[in-house]
Design a protein around this ligand. Structure first.
Ligand code: FE2
Length: 176
């Protein structure tokens, strides 16, 4: 099993200011944005064609909590076998985890011993407009999971092959 760094997602107080800082000053492009449960918005930012987001911003963050600005950080694995290996390790530790597919990933979410959120995911072969997420059944075979994922997300906006999306992102980044 090998984990590659992918992204962090932060809770922010002032979305406009933070978005402006990361785009204007640090050169990120907004790849997607939208509302998520809890009356919040999420903005995804990236400067790499093969990372849908290197940074996510969720806001507004209430002053009274959560006690950290970190929503989660995320690592990618390169195969379903590795993702299932991670799931086995997490289960052996007796940790609770949440399997969520964003259509472009099969992810699991859990917490480290100090309550920091961690996502570990394997990419699906597809891109689909974000944000979105559905619980996936970890007992499905790889083949069943593929079929379920395609069926579940194929009617969502911008559903299509990952290669096409990355090619499009590459063009947008080079014209920046
Ligand atoms: Fe994530």
């Amino acid at each position: 099993m090998a984990l590659s760094w992918s992204h962090s997602v932060l809770f922010v107080k002032n979305m406009c200011e933070m978005r402006e800082f990361y785009t204007r000053v640090l050169g990120f492009q907004v790849t997607d944005e939208g509302s998520i449960p809890g009356n919040k918005n999420i903005v995804f930012l990236s400067q790499q064609p093969n990372e849908h987001h290197q940074l996510g911003l969720i806001g507004p963050r209430e002053n009274e909590g959560p006690p950290t600005t970190l929503a989660h950080f995320a690592f990618r694995v390169e195969s379903m076998a590795e993702l299932r290996d991670v799931i086995g390790r997490v289960e052996n530790e007796g940790l609770n985890y949440r399997p969520t597919s964003h259509g472009n990933t099969w992810s699991i979410y859990f917490q480290d011993p100090e309550g920091n959120g961690i996502e570990i995911f394997h990419n699906t072969p597809w891109h689909v407009q974000q944000p979105q997420g559905k619980v996936w059944d970890t007992s499905l075979s790889d083949q069943e999971l593929f079929a379920w994922t395609e069926r579940t997300f194929q009617n969502e906006p911008l559903f299509g092959p990952r290669e096409n999306y990355e090619e499009d992102r590459r063009k947008k980044l080079s014209s920046n």
